[in-house]
Design a binder for this molecule. Structure first.
Ligand SMILES: [Zn+2]
Ligand SMILES: [Zn+2]
Length: 234
């Protein structure tokens, strides 16, 4: 695997250690910029997990370079933040940054360093291969472990997203089944319990006179109740 890809995945993992519960961490996200009107690639996107409020949107750029990050890169990153409506951003780099870049970053852009040792000892073996058969190199970042309570017992599930195709993944710890779900899909694991998983595309209100949509991962219980477990903006 290419080193920059390992670096991006390390940054995604460190981000998911820091942001959880009400936050979703989306590795290698692609969302439409409302200024550029184009799909923008974002190394790591942090958004609210359950609602469409953009006030806490954070984007992270992983720069695995042999030279320090410079002022131009900070400015380009600030442009990306504006385009996708991020209030805060972090540049994570492996070889430091120039003084001017540090000053230019000001308060709303953080610059963080990752040491070569952290990269060297980062173990990707704990990451699962994407279950989508047409996805070649994708790995799943598991970033939530919701529990389902059935007759007083908890059946733990892990949920996450592939960092190539973006598909939601569900892993049932009860039966061991793992599956990738399409954008509008449903799935029940081998437990055949009183629940199933559903994905859907939902409107997320307007941003600059433009309709936004999100993809939702929903847990549906046999009694008809449901819970949003994850979302990713589209
Ligand atoms: Zn995939
Ligand atoms: Zn199961």
């Amino acid at each position: 695997m290419k080193e920059w890809r390992i670096f991006e995945r390390l940054v995604a993992l460190l981000t998911s250690d820091e942001y959880y519960d009400s936050f979703t961490v989306i590795p290698n996200a692609r969302i439409k910029g409302h200024i550029s009107q184009r799909k923008r690639q974002i190394d790591v996107l942090v958004d609210y997990r359950y609602n469409t409020d953009l006030s806490k949107r954070i984007i992270i750029d992983a720069k695995n370079r042999s030279r320090p990050v410079d002022i131009k890169e900070v400015e380009a990153f600030e442009g990306l933040m504006k385009d996708v409506g991020a209030q805060r951003g972090f540049i994570v780099c492996s070889n430091g940054y120039t003084k001017a870049a540090g000053r230019r970053a000001q308060d709303h852009i953080g610059i963080r360093l990752i040491s070569p040792e952290q990269i060297e000892y980062f173990d990707l073996n704990s990451w699962d291969k994407c279950r989508n058969l047409s996805c070649i190199d994708g790995l799943v970042l598991w970033d939530a472990t919701p529990g389902i309570i059935v007759e007083g017992t908890v059946v733990v599930q892990s949920t996450g997203k592939c960092d190539e195709c973006g598909k939601f993944h569900v892993w049932c710890w009860g039966c061991g089944n793992r599956n990738a779900l399409g954008k509008e899909d449903e799935w029940q694991c081998a437990c055949k319990g009183p629940w199933f998983w559903l994905t859907s595309i939902e409107p997320e209100g307007q941003q600059n006179e433009e309709q936004r949509e999100g993809n939702y991962l929903i847990l549906v219980m046999g009694n008809g109740t449901y819970e949003i477990i994850d979302r990713r903006p589209m």
